[in-house]
Write a protein that binds this ligand. Structure first.
Ligand code: CA
Length: 228
């Protein structure tokens, strides 16, 4: 059965080519111009993925995202006008899965849509295991991170990023490798997404955050806690 995409975007010159590309790839696409219509479309015909503009007339994209998240785990890609908006969305933890800065390449966006839809069913089954590093302990089955025994709330992608770096401790991972492993992209995507999430990890874990920047290469967690 064809997968359904809902585009909530008031700018027709952005929505129309995106819709065309998605339809060419076999998706069934509904395009609405504002948040109210978007929420109505969510109820009437739940999509497999939502492309959601941040700056919408009426209810803004952040609020639409929150309201969708209150009832649904459908993947959401936020469409933003500026790079700075990505920080804002990630910081507010509205629950978006990904972010794309306009103007974007429609073909690249379609590739991301496919990547997210491919991995969506896999996230339903948590894989167990625990890792510790210094005062940080992470339990994958429970989706729980603790610093010195105190639980810290991480967004899903922050959690996956920390897990991946800990699993590969001692090795440097490039931004492209992290995008591929954590976000599921198989092409050189928006590596800024990685930086924003690392920043969030540092903010939340403070001194205990074991993630080290390797200039010009990427990120790593040291071999042992003392080295980090
Ligand atoms: Ca807009």
């Amino acid at each position: 059965m064809a997968e359904r995409i809902l585009i909530v975007e008031d700018e027709v010159n952005i929505a129309t080519p995106t819709k065309t590309y998605l339809e060419r790839d076999g998706f069934v696409v509904t395009h609405v111009l504002n948040g109210e219509d978007g929420l109505r479309a969510m109820e009437e015909s739940p999509p497999n993925l939502v492309l959601l503009d941040l700056n919408l007339p009426g209810i803004d994209g952040l609020e639409v995202c929150r309201r969708i998240r209150a009832t649904s785990q459908v993947p959401i890609i936020m469409l933003t006008a500026r790079d700075d908006d990505i920080d804002k969305i990630v910081g507010l933890e509205v629950g978006a899965d990904d972010y794309v800065t306009k103007p974007f390449n429609a073909r690249e966006l379609v590739a991301r849509v496919k990547a997210i839809l491919r991995r969506a069913p896999a996230t339903a089954q948590p894989i167990g295991g625990t890792l510790t590093h210094g005062t940080v302990s992470i339990d994958r089955g429970r989706h729980e991170v603790k610093v010195a025994g105190e639980e810290v709330q991480l967004a899903p992608k922050e959690f996956d990023l920390l897990w991946t770096l800990l699993e590969e401790r001692g090795h440097v991972l490039t931004r492209d490798q992290l995008l591929e492993r954590v976000w599921g992209y198989t092409f050189a995507g928006d590596t800024r997404t990685v930086d924003v999430h690392v920043r969030q990890l540092r903010r939340k874990l403070g001194e205990a955050c074991p993630v080290v920047t390797v200039w010009g290469v990427g990120y790593k967690v040291g071999d042992d806690a003392a080295a980090a």
